[in-house]
Design a protein around this ligand. Structure first.
Ligand SMILES: [Zn+2]
Length: 351
């Protein structure tokens, strides 16, 4: 996947929509009402983060460092969700352990969770008091498990579980990504060709999965604009539907605002969503492909969004209908966009 060097992107809307049916993702977006209510309500249930070890090796995790990474530090996962939600959501909880389990011969995360719950309960931890459980795995899991983390909601049960592989025990990116699934029911942030292809959010992992990009497992970029609209963090009043040619501006996505933060151009079913990202706050290490540029997502207001492109100053996004959107300039607060619905028509030179 190439993440740089575009100057213009041609997406025929019929073609783009034809691409967008990754059936493997659909199960993750069922029944999001409760998660979205938690996201809007500001007080999702408490999180227990359990450090696991085996009898054979030292645990990966150190409780104080884990507590700091998840809850306490200024760059913690909790602080990340608080900044993302413009102060609406605060994650609270505890870390506990280490609890000793045996791993067996293969990656068996559900079995390990059951074993850990039993050990923790025997040690006096009221596991059931927590809505969300995060299992920080022993170091041996770096060999046993392919995925750096995973999440699962038990069918017919309120239990929501996440796992973090031992070698990523203190990765704020992995923990934030899994809690994105676990607490907010958020699906992966994709591009039309890659499930994790939107590296502008923790729900995509393009920067760390692509060896050509200097990604860091500690970097936690903000959620993208469609995700924030769906969570209710960007209110609908901050989303402007554009139907006429003209010059528009959008305020940066990283800070709470009463101004327009997202421009929307609606097609049939899917729409384009334009937002402006800046390298500030948790986006300080945002990759240059996203920073100071306009992100363009394709989204149907319900399911997972798709990152189509980003454009910097002087660059345009066009589609087969004749739509053309150009970022004319940007400053610390706004990106300025020139939008034309008939760019395919020849225009006379100005006189
Ligand atoms: Zn995931």
């Amino acid at each position: 996947m190439k993440l740089h060097g575009h100057t213009s992107v041609l997406i025929g809307s019929a073609i783009a929509i034809g691409v967008l049916s990754p059936s493997s993702l659909t199960g993750q977006v069922d029944s999001r009402a409760a998660e979205l209510a938690a996201a809007r309500g500001g007080s999702p249930g408490r999180v227990i983060v359990m450090c696991l070890r085996t009898a054979l090796t030292l645990p990966s995790c150190q409780l104080a460092a884990l507590d700091s990474a998840v809850f306490l530090a200024s760059n913690s996962v909790s602080a990340y969700f608080n900044e993302n939600s413009y102060g609406r959501v605060t994650l609270t909880g505890d870390v506990a352990g280490p609890f000793t389990i045996s791993l067996g011969e293969q990656c068996d995360r559900v079995g390990w969770a059951d074993a850990a719950d039993a050990v923790a309960t025997a040690a006096g931890l009221d596991v059931a008091a927590y809505t969300y459980r995060v299992y920080i795995e022993p170091p041996e899991t770096a060999i046993l498990c392919v995925n750096e983390g995973s999440s699962q909601r038990a069918l017919g049960s309120p239990r929501r579980s996440s796992w973090v592989r031992g070698d990523h025990w203190d990765s704020r990116l992995v923990i934030a990504h899994e809690l994105g699934h676990n607490v907010f029911g958020s699906p992966h942030a994709s591009s039309p060709t890659a499930v994790y292809g939107d590296g502008s959010t923790v729900m995509g992992l393009a920067p760390v999965l692509n060896p050509l990009i200097p990604g860091n497992w500690q970097d936690t970029p903000h959620f993208n604009a469609p995700e924030k609209i769906q969570m209710g963090w960007v209110p609908r009043a901050n989303v402007e539907s554009v139907t006429e040619d003209g010059n528009y501006r959008v305020a940066l996505l990283e800070a709470g605002s009463t101004e327009i933060q997202v421009l929307r151009i609606q097609g049939s079913g899917m729409g384009y969503f334009f937002s402006y990202r800046r390298p500030v706050g948790f986006d300080a290490s945002l990759l240059s492909w996203y920073a100071n540029r306009t992100s363009i997502h394709l989204w149907n207001l319900e399911d997972e969004p798709y990152l189509l492109a980003t454009i910097g100053d002087g660059q345009s996004f066009t589609d087969a209908s004749g739509l053309s959107v150009t970022q004319t300039r940007h400053d610390a607060t706004y990106a300025y966009l020139m939008i034309s619905f008939s760019a395919a028509m020849p225009t006379a030179p100005s006189r």
